[in-house]
Design a protein. Structure first.
Length: 469
C-alpha cells in the first residue's frame, strides 16, 4: 500500500496536469462555497422578511381586536377615554397593512398577493364598520347603533379577518419551513465542501511533509556522503602531506649526504693532489734557486696559485658541509657565518646567539636557513643592518633574521623565489613553522620556530676533515 501511494505521489509530481487540475478543483470548490453563501444569504433575508410579515399579520389582528374592544367600551360606558385606544389601534392597523403590502412586494410572493389584498379589504371594511357605528352613536341614534351591533355583520368581518390572517400565516410558515430546509441544505453543502477541502488540504499536507522528510533524508545522506568524502579527502591529504614531508626530508638528507661526500672527496683527493703539488714545489725551490734563478718568479706565482686553489677548496668544502658546525657547535658556526657574511655584504650583522637544545638535523636546518637568508639579503635586500637572533622560547627554539632592506610584498612573491620555499620546507621537515613579514620599504623579518630536543645529545653530523692542507 505504501509503495502504491509512493508511486501515485511520484506520478502526480511528474504530471504536468497536476497543478492545473489542483487549481481547477480549488476554484470549483470556492465557486460552490461562494454560491452556497449567496444562496443562504438570500434565503435568510427572505426568512427575515417573512418573519416580519408574520409579526405584521399578528399585529393587524391584534390591533383590529383592540379597536373593536375600545369601540364597544365607549358605546357601553360613554366614557371618552375608550376612544383614544381605538384611534391608536386604527392608525396602527393601517400602518401595518401598508408595511405588509411593502413586505410582500419585496418578497415577490404572487401566490399570496390575492390573500393579502382580501385581508386588506376585510380590515378596511371592518374599520369602516366600526367608524359607522361610532358615527351613529355620536348622532344619538341608540336604536340604530344597537341594531348595527346586533346584526352580527361585525362578527362575520372579524372572522374573515382571522381566517385570512391565519391562511397567510400558515402560508408564510410553509415558506419559512422550506426556506429553513434550503438553508440547512446549503449549510450541509458548505459542510461537505469544507470537509472536502480539509481532506484535500490534509492530503496535500501529508504529501508535503513526506516530501519534506524525504528531502531532509536525502540532504542528510548527501551531507553524510560529503562528510565521508571530505574526511577521506582529509585523510588522503594528510597522507600525501606526510609522504611529501618524508620525501622532502629524504631529499634534504640525501642532498646533505651528497654534499658531505663531495666535501670528503674534495678534501681527500683534491686536497691530497694540491698538497703533493705544493710539496713538489717546495722541493724544487732550493734546486731551482741556484740553477735557474730566472724561474723563481714563476715558481713563486705557482706557489701562490696553489695556495689560492687550497683556499678555494677550503671555501667550497665549508659551503658544502660546514666543519665549524660539526667541530664547534651551532652558536660559534653562526657567529663565524655572520662575521664572514658581513665582509661580503658590506653591512653590519649583529648576532645574538644563545645555546639552544636542538637535534643535529635541526641545528643543520637553522644553519642553512641563516645561510640562505643572508644569501637572499645579499642578492635582493640592499640592507645596511642585519640582526640574527637565536634563543629558546618555551618549548621551541626561535630563530629570527631581520634586515632594514627594501622589503617586498610576500603575497606578490612568485613561485620562482625558491629560496623562501626551500627554507619553509626545511623548517617544516623538522616539524617547525616559518613566517615571513615584509612590506616595501620596511625591511624583512624571517622567523622560524623548531621544537626543542628532549635532551642534549652529542652531535651526529659526521665531521669533515679540516681543510687546512
Amino acid at each position: 500500500m505504501r509503495v502504491r501511494l509512493a508511486q501515485m505521489n511520484e506520478r502526480f509530481k511528474r504530471s504536468r496536469f497536476f497543478l492545473p487540475v489542483a487549481i481547477l478543483v480549488a476554484g470549483f470548490m470556492l465557486a460552490i462555497s461562494e454560491s452556497a453563501y449567496q444562496g443562504a444569504r438570500g434565503e435568510l433575508t427572505d426568512l427575515v422578511s417573512m418573519g416580519q410579515a408574520r409579526l405584521q399579520l399578528m399585529s393587524i389582528v391584534q390591533r383590529v381586536t383592540d379597536a373593536e374592544t375600545s369601540q364597544r367600551g365607549f358605546i357601553l360606558t360613554g366614557h371618552t377615554e375608550y376612544l383614544e385606544p381605538y384611534r391608536h389601534a386604527a392608525s396602527d392597523t393601517r400602518r401595518s397593512l401598508e408595511m405588509l403590502r411593502e413586505t410582500y412586494g419585496l418578497l415577490g410572493h404572487h401566490d399570496a398577493e390575492a390573500m393579502r389584498s382580501q385581508l386588506d379589504h376585510d380590515v378596511q371594511e371592518k374599520l369602516g364598520e366600526l367608524a359607522d357605528v361610532l358615527v351613529s352613536y355620536e348622532r344619538g341614534d341608540m336604536e340604530g347603533t344597537r341594531a348595527m351591533i346586533l346584526t352580527g355583520f361585525g362578527r362575520e368581518q372579524m372572522e374573515r379577518i382571522r381566517r385570512g390572517a391565519k391562511a397567510l400565516y400558515e402560508l408564510e410558515n410553509g415558506k419559512i419551513n422550506r426556506g429553513l430546509g434550503s438553508v440547512f441544505d446549503t449549510l450541509l453543502l458548505n459542510r461537505i465542501g469544507v470537509s472536502a477541502l480539509t481532506a484535500i488540504s490534509l492530503l496535500m499536507l501529508i504529501m508535503f511533509l513526506r516530501q519534506s522528510r524525504e528531502l531532509d533524508r536525502q540532504r542528510a545522506a548527501h551531507a553524510e556522503a560529503l562528510k565521508g568524502e571530505r574526511d577521506q579527502l582529509g585523510i588522503e591529504v594528510a597522507r600525501r602531506t606526510r609522504e611529501l614531508t618524508e620525501l622532502a626530508r629524504h631529499l634534504q638528507t640525501a642532498r646533505e649526504d651528497e654534499r658531505a661526500r663531495l666535501a670528503r672527496d674534495l678534501h681527500d683527493e683534491l686536497g691530497a693532489t694540491l698538497t703533493a703539488a705544493k710539496l713538489d714545489v717546495a722541493r724544487m725551490r732550493p734546486k731551482l734557486q741556484g740553477a735557474l734563478p730566472e724561474l723563481m718568479e714563476r715558481l713563486t706565482h705557482l706557489t701562490e696559485t696553489l695556495n689560492s686553489a687550497i683556499a678555494l677548496k677550503r671555501r667550497i668544502i665549508e659551503d658544502l658541509r660546514p666543519s665549524t658546525l660539526s667541530n664547534l657547535g651551532l652558536g660559534p658556526a653562526l657567529e663565524i657565518l655572520c662575521r664572514e657574511s658581513a665582509a661580503r655584504l658590506d653591512a653590519a650583522i649583529g648576532a645574538e646567539i644563545e645555546a639552544v637544545r636542538l637535534s643535529p638535523d635541526a641545528q643543520l636546518t637553522v644553519f642553512r636557513v641563516v645561510q640562505e637568508a643572508l644569501t637572499n639579503i645579499a642578492k635582493y635586500a640592499a640592507a645596511t643592518r642585519v640582526t640574527v637572533r637565536l634563543c629558546e622560547d618555551g618549548e621551541e627554539a626561535l630563530l629570527s633574521i631581520r634586515d632594514n632592506g627594501i622589503g617586498f610584498d610576500p603575497a606578490a612573491v612568485s613561485n620562482t623565489r625558491h629560496g623562501l620555499v626551500g627554507m619553509r620546507f626545511r623548517v617544516e621537515a623538522e616539524r617547525g613553522r616559518l613566517t615571513v613579514q615584509s612590506a616595501p620599504g620596511e625591511g624583512t623579518l624571517i622567523c622560524a620556530r623548531l621544537p626543542l630536543a628532549q635532551a642534549l645529545v652529542a652531535p651526529a653530523i659526521p665531521a669533515t676533515p679540516a681543510a687546512d692542507a
